[in-house]
Design a protein around this ligand. Structure first.
Ligand SMILES: *[C@@H]1O[C@H](CO)[C@@H](O)[C@H](O)[C@H]1NC(C)=O
Ligand SMILES: *[C@@H]1O[C@H](CO)[C@@H](O)[C@H](O)[C@H]1NC(C)=O
Ligand SMILES: *[C@@H]1O[C@H](CO)[C@@H](O)[C@H](O)[C@H]1NC(C)=O
Ligand SMILES: *[C@@H]1O[C@H](CO)[C@@H](O)[C@H](O)[C@H]1NC(C)=O
Ligand SMILES: *[C@@H]1O[C@H](CO)[C@@H](O)[C@H](O)[C@H]1NC(C)=O
Length: 749
């Protein structure tokens, strides 16, 4: 499949002079009235009054990157994202990681920030709390990382384990909270920060952009069309196609340390019926770019590629459009994405819709397209990008109670946000995963009833007249922000956070901003930054990353909110949610000024529920091998010979993978016999190697581990074998015993 990636072989200087309308965040146009084309009053980079020496100094920062494993329980845990209680992990296609990027002021070590990209559905209040506690416990220079300067973003993958989130709502489908799932993320995130911290070295940063033409579409165009025509006319596309990259390069060694990119596309390439753990399309992109670039001479061995999520709200990776999978083959209803009045049959199609394993192949392809774009940008950034300039590294963070916030609407009237609530369309889902919210069914009497739902459904309340009025025109389905029993269902206390290095300002968004919401938010900050001369004579560049720090569902524009599709129905704090975020961040922006020594109030701390969350998730009881067999024995062996396009398969006597997450390690591997030595050539990080696990008898405690290696075209001929590592839980004593298995050898021709 040919990819059409339009490289923007222009510098920011050119953009400034010609004012390309697509690069919206580079413009100084007014947000709320008159969406006229941007005035061309930007200052070209090259006109900076910097001599060579000071320019070199100005672009020197303290830089560090680090990556660590956060793969939680890969089986028997509900997966996070589609909110389908039946989507439970059965194995692993790709390990999950936290990627940490630290930027510091070389002369003021306390001025620094850590930006984390986690292969998770989102950031989270409890996860962030755990990371900050861990940093404080590490002590010493780790005390420099704190509430204000640590940003915990998720890639929005929908194919990782769940049960780690702070608030009740997402815990319902996962049968509650799981400490192991939570701790894997916190510990790995901490380790990634430690690695980044230990690698800190003087270096320079550059920023560049590229268009990725065929990796995202708008899944709610009907809502997007509600935005003013004049505003829409300024953009070629109904989603942002721009990928922005921040490149990290060490000064002394000259080596490239890593890249951090922002591009909006939902992590829903893996479908709602997938049960293998993966990092979805951004996990693929990161793995491909890291493995590719690490081979190069001028690239650090520990090069880290972060593919951070952006204004993802109404984007979809299902680029072929949404169709009725009911045999009719028709496109879904434009206004509400239904087929014959039902939303279940409507599903977006990925690029490889017609292939057998359409979810995985489309996921790989959408990941590959981001990787290809990122690689060309990486290669061209020294000529097409701009250096990050100015020594300032600044950050701010405050907690804001969004259930009671009064502020001035851009039109001058006083408006407020409301306690969180979800509208009816929330239950309908989207074309990426329609109608999965089965927990609203009144099934408490049935044997497979959701135990959490049985406990909490009685706490649901009818919204007050005031709450209904506040959320108008949203019809309230779940009045989540007003239910304190047994604890809060969704956040009311929301993270407000901004980071800045030189002319780059990063909005750390706690929710999924839609395309137009993200554009307005970035543009408002761009305008404020310019008004304040925040970045001196250098053109500010504003990016938005998230969902981060918490999960506040969606942030739609007021006009999209009026349409009440999924994104509007999931905009928690009412029609003025976006404007509240814009108002708060623009108000706090002066704290990021070069000479600012002040910070906003810390705000009210959010509740942390890790110790009081409901949990109906059972631990592992015990494992036993079948009679006359041992753990790790081969149950079905490989064939003697394979060719590219084949799938190598082997099955072993297994044990529950939850006994040992094998973090920073692997469950399965492929070894090649090279020069008389068995050498590992594939592990859990590789997309083409799959680990599946199945309990064959709960009573006997037996289980089977199956390994599949999908041979691509690039596989080298030779002699190979498969390996599997497990840990069993001994009946009665509960002790955990490690074991391993090996397949027979096979030849790839
Ligand atoms: C998963 O869903 C897709 C799309 O509805 C379908 O084509 C595929 O066959 C399903 N896979 C399984 C294993 O049921
Ligand atoms: C917000 O405004 C309303 C209506 O004017 C008022 O009742 C309320 O006390 C205000 N809340 C805050 C936090 O200022
Ligand atoms: C300003 O916007 C608010 C919220 O959309 C609306 O209720 C109000 O009528 C508007 N006021 C003016 C003067 O346009
Ligand atoms: C839910 O189920 C209970 C018990 O079967 C029944 O009494 C109640 O009327 C049902 N509620 C709704 C809204 O269907
Ligand atoms: C949860 O309990 C542990 C152990 O008692 C304690 O160390 C931790 O601080 C508690 N966490 C919170 C958020 O209260």
């Amino acid at each position: 499949m040919a990819t059409a990636i339009a490289l923007l072989f222009v510098t920011f200087q050119l953009i400034s002079s010609f004012g390309l309308p697509r690069l919206d965040y580079l413009h100084l146009s007014h947000i709320f009235e008159g969406f006229d084309d941007a005035p061309s009053n930007q200052i070209p980079i090259s006109s900076l009054p910097l001599d060579e020496e000071s320019s070199k100094d100005a672009s020197r920062y303290l830089l560090g990157v680090g990556k660590a494993d956060i793969t939680g329980p890969v089986v028997e845990i509900n997966m996070m994202g589609y909110a389908d209680p039946d989507q439970v992990g059965t194995g692993l296609r790709q390990r999950l990681y936290s990627r940490a990027f630290i930027v510091g002021n070389i002369d003021k070590p306390e001025d620094r920030f850590a930006y984390l990209v986690l292969d998770t559905q989102s950031g989270d209040t409890a996860v962030r709390h755990g990371i900050l506690q861990g940093l404080s416990a590490l002590g010493g220079s780790y005390k420099l990382y704190k509430q204000t300067n640590v940003a915990v973003t998720g890639t929005h993958s929908h194919s990782g384990p769940g049960a780690w989130l702070n608030y009740l709502l997402p815990q319902i489908t996962s049968r509650g909270f799981d400490k192991q799932s939570y701790q894997a993320i916190v510990d790995g995130a901490l380790l990634s920060i430690q690695r980044a911290h230990e690698s800190l070295t003087p270096g320079s940063l550059s920023v560049g952009v590229i268009d990725v033409e065929d990796a995202n579409v708008n899944r709610s165009p009907y809502a997007y069309l509600a935005n003013p025509e004049k505003e829409r006319a300024r953009y070629r596309d109904t989603v942002d196609k721009t990928m922005t990259m921040l490149k990290f390069q060490a000064t002394e060694s000259g080596k490239n340390l890593g890249v951090l990119t922002w591009f909006p596309v939902h992590g829903t390439s893996m479908l709602g019926n997938n049960t293998l753990i993966t990092g979805d399309n951004k996990g693929v992109a990161a793995d491909l770019l890291e493995k590719d670039l690490r081979k190069l001479e001028n690239v650090d061995d520990n090069f880290v590629a972060g593919f951070s999520q952006a204004n993802v709200g109404d984007t979809s990776p299902n680029v072929l459009g949404a169709y009725c999978e009911d045999g009719s083959g028709e496109q879904c209803n434009f206004e509400d994405s239904t087929c014959g009045g039902r939303n279940e049959p409507c599903h977006g199609r990925g690029p490889f819709f017609r292939q057998k394993d359409q979810g995985a192949s489309s996921c790989y392809e959408i990941g590959r397209r981001q990787y290809v774009a990122a690689k060309s940008l990486y290669q061209s950034i020294s000529t097409t990008g701009v250096p990050v300039n100015g020594p300032s590294v600044k950050s701010l963070h405050t907690f804001q109670d969004f259930s009671v916030l009064n502020f001035t609407h851009p039109n001058g009237s006083l408006v407020s946000t409301c306690p969180a609530a979800l509208g009816y369309s929330f239950a309908a889902g989207t074309t990426d995963g329609p109608g999965a919210f089965d927990f609203k069914q009144n099934n408490t009497g049935s044997p497979d009833a959701n135990p959490v739902w049985s406990v909490v459904s009685g706490f649901l309340r009818n919204p007050s007249a005031e709450q209904n009025a506040c959320h108008q025109p949203k019809p309230i389905l779940l009045d989540v922000g007003e239910i304190q029993n047994p604890y809060l269902w969704t956040p009311n206390i929301v993270d407000v956070q901004l980071l800045r290095v030189g002319q780059l300002v990063i909005i750390v968004s706690p929710g999924e901003a839609t395309t137009m919401a993200g554009r307005r938010w970035r543009e408002a900050l761009h305008e404020s930054a310019a008004d304040l001369s925040l970045t001196g004579s250098v053109e500010p560049i504003v990016v938005l990353g998230g969902p981060a720090n918490s999960y506040t569902h969606y942030i739609a524009t007021e006009e999209e909110y009026g349409i009440q599709r999924y994104e509007g129905a999931s905009t928690l704090y009412g029609p003025h949610t976006l404007n509240a975020h814009i108002s708060l961040t623009t108000r706090h922006l002066p704290y990021l000024a070069d000479d600012s020594t002040k910070a906003p109030d810390a705000g009210p701390p959010p509740p942390i529920y890790t110790n009081k969350s409901l949990s109906f998730i059972r631990g592992v009881i015990y494992d036993r091998p079948p009679f006359f067999k041992s753990f790790g024995d081969v149950l079905s062996d490989v064939n003697a010979i394979y060719r590219s396009g084949d799938t190598v398969e082997a099955a072993f006597v297994g044990a529950n993978p939850r006994n040992d997450l094998r973090l920073e390690d692997t469950y399965v591997a492929v070894e090649q016999y090279i020069d008389h030595v068995w050498t590992r050539v594939r592990d859990d990080s590789d997309w083409d190697l799959i680990f599946r696990w199945k309990r064959t008898s709960t009573v006997l405690g037996t289980s089977e581990a199956k390994v599949e290696w999908e041979l691509g075209e690039d596989v080298k001929g030779g002699k190979y074998r498969i390996r599997y590592w497990g840990a069993s839980k001994t009946p009665v004593t509960g002790s955990i015993v490690q074991f391993e298995g090996k397949s027979g050898t096979f030849t790839v021709r």
